[in-house]
Design a protein around this ligand. Sequence first.
Ligand SMILES: [Zn+2]
Length: 327
Amino acid sequence: MNRSFSELNRYGLKRILMRANLQQHRKMSDIRFRLYTLGAGIAGEQKVLDYLKNLRFGFPFRVLWDIRLEVSSRQYVQIDLLVLTPTRAIIYEVKNIGGRLRFEDNPARLDKVDADGFISDSFECPVLQLEEEMAGLRQWLEMNRISSTVDGAVVMTANPVFEQAKKDGRVFRLREIRRHLATERTGPSGRSGPQIEELAKLFMRAHEPYFPFPLRNQFNIQENELYWGPICSDCGELVIRKSERTWICRACGTRCKNVFEETLLDWFLLKGRLISSEDIRHLFSLADRRSASWIIRRFELDRIQDSRLVLYSWDYSALRLPYRLNE
Ligand SMILES: [Zn+2]
């Protein structure tokens, strides 16, 4: 398992912003905000992963991230970071929120306050989130007849200042993870290294990634609200085709090489899950059918025959990308 789905989501949001930029779309601030929180989330998780990578203890442990498990019909538990030790399954709910923070009740939330004490932002209570995830994980373990203690903590990775300590001691800074993990009670009853690995495989097999695509649905953007044709990968402006594979940006003059691939990937990430060869020809103003089949082959699209209509779909879970994503 890798980080690719959150990365793809992030890439898709950037591309939607580029396309929205052409028309100064009403949803731009929503998309920017989502992009910001997603980026902060990925950065926070990365900090914890890097920290965990360098820890050594006298017992084996295994780290899994971005795990999504079905706990009952269409009910899922989403776990940022899961650490499997000989006796515990530990959830670390990562929050990359800095500044002055205050836990509040009724309703449970985390408020960010400015220098004058006014609330500048309000978040869902991460302790409550953690408790829900722990309950979900317990349920999943029971369903699968796996015995393990479920433990967990909220890990704040952006060094916030708390106005008051959270009483139950479940909110950590990054460096407290070491102490928390070190409380492991090792003994003959715990799992061995290979048994932990076995359990990790079980989690990975059960993992059901969440596909947010096409992203426009999340923001309630209609098909006709965005420009879908080829755009410059640098500035998002319109490009003109100069030769078979080269497109030149009208605004910044960049020579764009992956225009076919980027445009088609945008279709699948942002616009819809199916495309016809007619759509492809229209998208790139292609004169003949052969050019469309070239790109269908290059993308390894799956052919779906619906009576007389032939449509193509992209296998999202396989993540076969025809080029490296620009980050
Ligand atoms: Zn450009």
